[in-house]
Design a protein around this ligand. Structure first.
Ligand SMILES: Nc1ncnc2c1ncn2[C@@H]1O[C@H](COP(=O)(O)OP(=O)(O)OP(=O)(O)O)[C@@H](O)[C@H]1O
Ligand SMILES: [Mg+2]
Length: 456
């Protein structure tokens, strides 16, 4: 995409100066607007929000240049202004720059000098605004949204423990926001200016876990061509986030425990020990307690990690959060993809809230990203969401059953009921009591149906 030509406003009371400048700027491919005095210049700034820069004469009849500068900065603090003055007016120059002018050109100046100054000012202002957009996007990414009691409690917990150095175990299914919480805990702590190092234990081959955690010296093992600091050393004075900690191999669990007790690490193949000042956060989507009972997770490590626990319930248990999340993700996706803002219809919101979301918030986010791009027009409706392919699209059951192939209503009803119950059972991990409660059916009744559909 070609960036639109920059628009530059020239404010000078001498027509010949304006014309000469306009000619030079036009030659550079910039668009120009002209104003002969302060009030006309200010009116132009108000009327044309797409002006990118102002060239402003210091000596203007009536409202003088420095006053105009002040008012421009009130109207649009981000608009770069380059001042032009007559000979030998250094004091004014200093004053103007102090008031926020980007540069100061003293007459007589060459066209090259003007062009250079404008080019720098435009580049600088583009960087500033990109920076602001990025920061805003980052803040948007890191917000914890949701009005449910569950999220309210999580928020309260985060506020309570963030400032401390306590170890926090964050639990929840895939895509429920565990990493988001870990980042918040870090960002709200005194360690926020220090590093945040995330290590996904499930993503590292078992034989590399140790060197990833504690680092290695050169030649410690085949392939260790260079010495390398491990995650603990990298996170010194910051936070170490051990993601999927349930996947850590048992022998490593013992080593991790030792480091947590002694707060010193030794690199693989090394002899020196280094003290580390690290706050530990851990996350898992597994049931660590059950793993402890099954002896696949060390009990002593479990208690070390489980000082405070923050649990993120699956999205299907907090349907009330879906509308605010969905709306936010859609707006974000439109902005990120430079699309016009689109809105979810109320039907679409209802449909979204009724989906089981096995992939939780991440899945919801992906669906809205897809819908933002695929939808046409200003509204996103159920069909647009289904087009992205969440759960089962309309008319299709599991395994591609075509619901409309049934002749008799009774057969259709039995097939959909069976599929509904099958899905609800999966959502509730096969727990019949819970399933019955959720779908508001008597348990005995559910048993009967499961028998009939051969679902047990
Ligand atoms: N309550 C929330 N408000 C806003 N965004 C959220 C919320 N929960 C999750 N997200 C977003 O959803 C996505 C998935 O979250 P995150 O990566 O933190 O989940 P996770 O639990 O670590 O998932 P996994 O177990 O798969 O690693 C991220 O983009 C995150 O910003
Ligand atoms: Mg994660």
């Amino acid at each position: 995409m070609v960036a639109p030509a920059a628009r530059i406003l020239i404010v000078d009371d001498h027509r010949a100066v304006r014309e000469e400048l306009a000619f030079a700027l036009d030659y550079e491919g910039w668009q120009t607007l002209e104003a002969a005095d302060g009030p006309a210049g200010l009116a132009a700034v108000e009327q044309h929000p797409d002006i990118d820069l102002v060239l402003l004469d210091v000596k203007l009849p009536g409202l003088d240049g420095l006053e105009v500068l002040d008012r421009i900065r009130q109207l649009r603090a981000d608009l770069p202004v380059v001042m032009i003055s007559g000979h030998g007016d250094l004091e004014t120059a200093v004053l103007a720059v102090r008031k926020g002018a980007y540069d100061f050109l003293q007459k007589p100046f060459t066209n090259d000098r003007v062009v250079l100054s404008i080019r720098n000012a435009l580049a600088n202002s583009r960087l500033t605004s990109e920076n602001r957009d990025l920061r805003k996007a980052l803040q948007d990414e890191q917000q914890l949204l949701g009005d449910s009691d569950a999220i309210g409690q999580v928020r309260g917990m985060v506020d309570k423990v963030a400032a401390t150095d306590v170890t926090v175990l964050i639990t929840g299914e895939n895509g429920t926001g565990k990493e988001l919480i870990a980042r918040q805990l870090h960002d709200k702590s005194a360690r926020a200016t220090g590093p945040f190092v995330a290590l996904n234990c499930a993503a590292i081959p078992a034989d590399l876990v140790e060197s990833e955690l504690f680092g290695h010296e050169k030649g410690a093992f085949t392939g260790a061509v260079q010495a390398r600091a491990g995650a603990f050393e990298q996170a010194d004075r910051g936070t170490l986030f051990l993601d999927e900690v349930g996947d850590m191999p048992l022998p490593m669990q013992a080593k991790l425990l030792r480091v947590l007790q002694d707060r010193v690490v030794q690199r693989l193949g090394g002899t020196r020990t280094a003290a580390v000042d690290v706050r530990l956060l851990a996350a898992t989507n597994q049931d660590l307690q059950a793993m402890v009972e099954a002896k696949t997770f060390r009990e002593d490590l479990y208690y070390r990690l489980h000082v405070v626990r923050v649990h993120l319930p699956p999205l299907r248990e907090r349907h009330g959060d879906v509308p605010v999340l969905a709306t936010h993700f859609l707006t974000q996706a439109c902005r990120r993809n430079r699309l016009p803002t689109r809105k979810l219809t109320s039907k679409a919101l209802g449909w979204l809230a009724a989906q089981p979301w096995p992939g939780n918030v991440r899945q919801l986010k992906n669906v809205l990203e897809g819908a933002a791009i695929l939808a046409e027009g200003g509204e996103v409706d159920v069909a647009d969401l289904q087009g992205v392919g969440v759960a089962a699209p309309s008319g299709q059951g599991a395994g591609g059953t075509d619901w409309f192939a049934f002749e008799r209503l009774e057969d259709f009803r039995a097939a959909t009921e069976k599929e509904f119950l099958r899905r609800k059972l999966i959502e509730n991990q096969g727990n019949i009591k819970r399933t019955a409660e959720r779908i508001e059916l008597q348990r005995s009744n559910l048993y009967k149906k499961l028998d009939r559909y051969d679902l047990k």
